[in-house]
Each structure stands twice: as C-alpha cells, then as structure tokens.
Write a protein that binds this ligand. Structure first.
Ligand code: G1P
Ligand code: ZN
Length: 544
C-alpha cells in the first residue's frame, strides 16, 4: 500500500481550548485542516509506533468522514492498532473507560460536546492519554506549537473501513477493530453499582424514570443499561436515536435546553426521577418530580451517600471541584473528614489528583460529575449513582436533597452566561475588573464584606505546574462568592460567565427561589463589571 506525503501549510488557530480543538464544521472542512491537526498530534506522540489507539465520536455531522481520514493518517504514522466504535460511535466516558481497560496508548474523541451539530454546527477533536483522561496542557501546547510549523502530513491511500460492520480489518500495516462501544462501559457500571437493587426498585412498579438522550450519543447506552440490563420501562429513554444534527437541538442537559424532559418532570403525574446527558455523554442533569438538583448539590449529595454504593463503600479519598463550582462539596468534605481540592475549570485538572489517589469524586457546576472509575466526567454514571441511592433510601429526590441541606446548609447557586459578545469588549471588561481587584479586599459591597479578590491561579499539588488567569473571584465573609470567567469552549464570539453563590444555613429559608436568594449578588456583579451598560444586554442569554 502506498503512503503519501502531502505538503501543507499551517493554520494559525489550532490551539486546543478547555476541551480540545472546537470549530465550526465548515472550518474543519477547509483543505487539510483536520489532517494538519491530526498529523501535529502524531508528530508529538513520538513513541506511538505499534501501539493501540481508541477512536470514536458522538455521531455528529462529519464524524464518519473524519474517522476515515484519521484512520488513514494513523496507519501512515505507524500506529499498531485502532479500536474504533461501531458506526464510529463512542461516548467520551466510554473512550476513557476502554483506554484504561485495554491499556491503550491513548484515544481520539470527535465531539464538540453539547454544542449544536449539523453542517452549520460545530465539530471538535480531543486527544486523551493513557490514563484515559484529557491530554494535559504540556501535550496540547506541544500540538499547537507543531501545528504552527507543520509542512506535510502522511496518509495511506486505501479504501474506507466499513464502520457499520463489527470485526477486524487491516489498513496497511495497521489493525482496525470495529467494536461494540457499550460492552466494556456497561460492565464497569455493573462493577460499581448494585444493579440487582436498582432492578428491584424498577420492579416495584411505582418508581418510574425518564432519561433524555437528546438525540445524541447516550441513547444506545441508556437503552442497553437502563431498559435492558436494569428492566426500566421500554419507553424510559426519550430521543434515544443519535442523529447527525442532534435533531436540530442543543444537547446540553440543563433547564434551558432539555425541554422535553423538563416539561415531563414538571407535570402533575411526573415520573419519580428524570435525567439527561449531553452530546458526547459526559454531562448529566438530575431531576426529581418537579424538582431540579443543581450539579454542585448533586456532587455533594453523591459524596454524602457514597457509603451506600458498592464501588465506593470503602470511603472517599477526597473530593475535587472546579473553582466556580459551589462550596457545597467543601462542606460535606469537612463533615466526612476528607480533603476538598479546588481546581481550574476543565476536567483535565482532575487527572493528577485522581491518578495520585487524592480525590475519588470530582465535579463541575457545568453539569459534570465523575470519579476515579475513569478520567472523564460521566453522565450515565451519575444517573446510576443516583438510582442506586434511590434504590437504597427509597425516598424522593426532593426529600434527599432537602435533608442534605438541613444537615449542611444550602449553597444557593446560579450561573449567568452572556453569549456571543464581541471578543475585545469582553476582554476589556475582564481587564477592567482585574484592575479593581487590589482595592476590593475588605470593602463592603451591599450587605457583604469582601475577604478575597483575585484572579484565580492554581498550582497542581502533584506535578506543581502553575495555571494562571483562571477567573476573577470575589469571596465574601459569609461564604458568598461572585466569579467572572470567559468561556474557553465557544466557537463564536466570546461568552462571559458570571457564577453566583450564597450560603444559607437556616432551613426556614431553604425554599426560596434561587434567583431571589441571589438577587443582591446579581446586582453587585452587574454593578462591579458594568455588564448591562457595556454589553447592552438587559438579561443573560442563559441562566443555569
Ligand atoms: C465549559 C464548562 C466547563 C467544562 C467544559 C467542557 O467550559 O464551563 O466546566 O469542563 O465546558 O465540558 P467553558 O466554556 O466555561 O470554558
Ligand atoms: Zn460533553
């Protein structure tokens, strides 16, 4: 077979963001754009020859074409074996799982997570290393550097692999195994959770759940695990067919985007438990009957109930949360006598803590929860964790959450996003905030006293690498916080995220509406950054 060396010129914009390289599909379809990035990746993975790679994506538009291109470049770069998901599909957590189980060298995930898909939507590519987790910045920076000087890529001239057929194929010297992307992942879930007990809960006939796969990757996983293995009703999974454009939707599991689920869960005869996952299956949303669980609370409640779960019965080493995630996790960590780590936004920062055995559970306010079972956040895992708790406690989601608040207090929490802002305007806004920081400490803003005002920077406790500029935070004496950050995953304009948190110890005040409980902080946040005035936006684009 013939390996071709194709000359190319660099693109200047291939710097991976919070979670890989994400761009519009049309951007990826420019001549040699994907090829340049993939070759830059292989150029950085010097000892890849003869090794195993896992490959798959969330099924979005351009997924099949990209897989064929990557396979041929992989073969030309002397990769030994590629495990590719049937039809090119793999959820992000399942890739992480199989890298670990098969001791693969790494994996390539094709996804732009929850961003809309289709010819005018987004596409993305991400590399995960042998621990199953996202490549650290040392690797992504090296890829970026290489992408700026690349002048050729290598590609095998060959026919496409029939991704619709399970089996073993060869591509030049490389072996391609088209495998079932669900089996290993489902087996891992059976090891962690008490499937018999959850099945008994479904058998009662009074417990019903609804899972919204949002026409994205988790449909087949949820049908296999919830409906087949656990015996949930056959119509438990909504929107279970993965579609290249996700049915025209925005597969982000939150109150704004998971509309069909939310409507169902707020009806009079709502099911007992509702959940959703995102485009690539790593995010989750948890709902009870007419009740929403914030991701920050969910993390704390999983920690508080971990002793009920077979895979976590021996106790938790620690909890890790991203900086903007609420401090509910810190409170339960303190109660359990374990450490709580605060990391920058993005799952990659949890990798070292998990590998070192310092954290068992991790979470982000952005609907991401996970544990040391793999190295990505994991949507269905969180759903099964909740199901296992419900199967043991036999209480409603609402009761479990309210009991938790009455023991630990409630951290009211919300994130306000201002999307598609001009980049220079949002950078200026952040810059001006940064300038105010030295004067803020000790100052009173409304009823609250500022005890800390900084631009968050993080020293990794394991490898001591330092990451700066991770968000402006104002912490108040009463534990309230306001945080400002610019998104690192957008593909259009800039997104300003404002995170708001207030602590309420008094159970009599736990049933307030969140935006009401946070009203004064919302005002302070706007006043300080002059958001309305500068952006001309009277409201955030999305409130979660
Ligand atoms: C967002 C979330 C972050 C998450 C990332 C990938 O990143 O805020 O928590 O890890 O997506 O799912 P951002 O756009 O804020 O940089
Ligand atoms: Zn995702």
């Amino acid at each position: 077979m013939n390996i071709r060396t194709v000359s190319t010129t660099p693109y200047p914009d291939q710097r991976p963001g919070t979670s890989g390289l994400r761009k519009k599909v049309k951007h990826f379809q420019q001549p040699h754009y994907l090829e340049n990035f993939v070759q830059s990746l292989f150029d950085c993975l010097k000892d890849m020859a003869g090794k195993t790679l896992v490959l798959g994506g969330d099924g979005r538009y351009y997924n099949p074409e990209a897989i064929q291109i990557i396979l041929k470049i992989a073969s030309a770069n002397k990769v030994g074996r590629v495990l590719v998901g049937h039809k090119g599909l793999f959820s992000t957590p399942a890739v992480s799982c199989i890298i670990r189980r098969c001791k693969a060298f790494g994996g390539i995930i094709l996804s732009a997570s929850h961003n809309p898909a289709g010819p005018d939507g987004d596409f993305g590519i991400k590399y995960n290393i042998s621990n199953g987790g996202p490549a650290p910045e040392s690797v992504t920076n090296a890829i970026y550097t290489q992408s700026k000087q690349i002048n050729r890529y290598l590609v095998l001239e060959a026919e496409d692999i029939p991704l619709d057929t399970l089996g073993i194929f060869t591509l030049g010297e490389m072996r391609v195994e088209v495998i079932n992307p669900i089996t290993d992942y489902a087996e891992l879930m059976e090891e962690l959770f008490d499937f018999d007990r959850i099945a008994t809960l479904f058998d009662t006939g009074v417990f019903h759940m609804c899972f919204d796969a949002m026409h994205a990757i988790t449909g087949p996983y949820a049908k296999d695990i919830l409906e087949q293995r656990l015996g949930a009703d056959p119509n438990t999974v909504l929107n279970g067919e993965p579609l290249p454009d996700f049915g025209g939707g925005h597969p982000d599991p939150n109150l704004a985007h998971a509309k069909s689920l939310v409507t169902k869960m707020y009806r009079a005869n709502a099911p007992s438990f509702g959940a959703a996952s995102d485009g690539d299956g790593d995010r989750n949303m948890i709902l009870g009957k007419r009740f929403f669980v914030t991701p920050s609370d969910s993390l704390a409640i999983l920690a508080a109930n971990a002793h009920h779960i077979p895979g976590y019965r021996l106790g938790l080493a620690g909890i890790a949360r991203s900086m903007p995630t609420s401090q509910a996790a810190d409170r339960i960590a303190e109660a359990l006598g374990i450490e709580c780590f605060e990391t920058p936004t993005g799952w990659k920062f949890f990798g070292n803590l998990l590998d070192a055995g310092k954290a068992t559970l991790c979470g982000e306010e952005s609907f991401g929860t996970g544990s040391d079972h793999l190295r990505e956040k994991d949507g269905l895992w969180a759903v099964l964790f909740w199901l296992n708790i419900l199967a043991v406690r036999r209480q409603s989601v609402k009761t479990i959450v309210q009991e938790h608040w009455s023991h630990c207090g409630r951290n009211f929490y919300s994130r306000h996003d201002y999307e598609d802002l001009p980049a220079d305007l949002s950078q200026q806004l952040m810059e001006d905030l940064r300038k105010q920081l030295p004067k803020l400490k000790g100052k009173r803003l409304g009823q609250r006293e500022v005890t800390l005002a900084d631009d968050f920077s993080y020293t990794d406790p394991i490898d001591h690498s330092i990451t700066t500029g991770q968000g402006i935070r104002l912490c108040f004496k009463d534990s309230a916080r306001i945080i400002y950050r610019l998104s690192g995953t957008g593909t259009q304009g800039a997104t300003l995220r404002v995170y708001l948190e207030a602590f309420e110890p008094n159970p009599d005040r736990h049933n307030q509406e969140t935006q009401v409980a946070l009203a004064d902080l919302i005002q302070i946040a706007d006043h300080l950054a002059q958001i309305q005035q500068r952006t001309g936006r009277a409201q955030p684009s999305v409130i979660t």
